[in-house]
Design a protein around this ligand. Structure first.
Ligand code: ADP
Ligand code: MG
Length: 307
């Protein structure tokens, strides 16, 4: 296994090439898509039914650019369905999803693919290729913007390789660029997944319980990486979480869901005991009040259990 100790060893040949010959129309990832104060993402009365069951029930939200928003709720509250409707992995039964005032639900073909590329998705399972090295895993993130043939033969242009190294460096991971992804810890793998997502140049990151399988220390590292992405690049981050404490610490705005509806939308300060009870039900909110530190572990009590 080759480990690279020095970032410059990895980056130098690539950075040298880009600095002499900048790609035409190359836009650095920083600040792309940032429009201060203007709502970028709007959900208008969005409902999703599966047969008779209502997963998401009349949700309306307005999310300005560069926000870091937590979506909290018990298992089955509708958090994943909500995120999936934004990038059209699930189609709403009714309602509207707008991006900068334009309907996302009308997009078809290449416009839909372009929209999906702008929505970086992250999951609890990191979805890396364990046998490929870290750098290649990150480079796969830029695939949607490159010709298919190049992808098939795993040709990655130098400027993309340089960017991949720099994305890893931003997450303190450049030293592991040539290590096989499968050998990394969960927290490291999730950071590789963040770097891969950044290669898409996303405007939005939709993270579905990205820290659910991580220990507390790794969970903090991953959340702080997501928080920097939002603050420093103006990327809107929506993150589904189980842990109340993590949401309070990292997310200036918290949306609480219960049984498909938004039952809370406010700051960590506004999220008092009564609101926590609304989101989680009485029994679980009592457990959270007694032992906030174990809130991460209390993960999957079905919605119907406390009634
Ligand atoms: P959460 O992410 O908060 O746990 P989900 O969005 O996964 O909640 O699920 C909300 C509700 O919708 C649950 O009752 C779940 O069983 C139901 N649901 C989600 N996806 C599907 C699906 N593909 N088919 C049928 N029911 C689904
Ligand atoms: Mg879910």
């Amino acid at each position: 296994m080759i480990q690279i100790k020095n970032l410059s060893t990895v980056a130098a040949p690539y950075v040298a090439q880009v600095s002499h010959k900048p790609r035409k129309n190359y836009k650095p990832p920083i600040q792309r898509g940032y429009i201060s104060g203007r709502p970028m993402l709007e959900l208008v009365n969005v409902t999703k039914k599966y047969g008779q069951a209502i997963a998401v029930n009349g949700v309306s939200l307005s999310i300005p650019a560069g926000s870091m928003v937590a979506v909290l709720g018990r298992s089955g509250a509708g958090k994943s369905t909500l995120l999936r409707m934004i990038n059209r992995m699930a189609e709403p039964t009714s309602g509207e999803v707008l991006w900068q005032g334009k309907s996302v639900l009308q997009l078809r073909g290449s416009a839909l693919r372009a929209w999906r590329a702008r929505c970086g998705m992250m999951f609890q399972q990191f979805n890396l290729s364990p046998r490929l090295d870290v750098l290649t895993n990150v480079l796969v993130g830029s695939v949607s913007r490159r010709p298919t043939l190049q992808t098939l033969i795993k040709y990655f242009p130098p400027h993309e390789r340089a960017r991949a190294v720099l994305e890893l460096h931003a997450l303190d991971m450049a030293d592991l660029a040539l290590q096989r992804a499968g050998t990394l810890s969960g927290g490291q793998q999730q950071r590789v997944a963040i770097a891969r997502t950044m290669m898409q140049l996303p405007d939005l990151v939709l993270a579905d319980e990205p820290i659910a399988s991580l220990d507390p220390a790794n969970a903090e590292t991953v959340m702080s990486a997501l928080s920097s992405i939002s603050r420093e690049r103006g990327i809107t981050v929506l993150v589904n979480l189980h842990s109340l404490e993590i949401a309070r610490t990292y997310c200036p705005r918290i949306i609480g869901m219960a049984k498909g509806k938004v039952v809370f939308d406010g700051s960590p300060k506004q999220l008092d005991a009564a609101m926590v009870e609304k989101i989680y039900g009485r029994r679980k909110s009592a457990e959270l009040a007694l032992a906030p530190a174990v809130s991460t572990a209390l993960s999957s009590i079905p919605t119907g259990e406390v009634a």
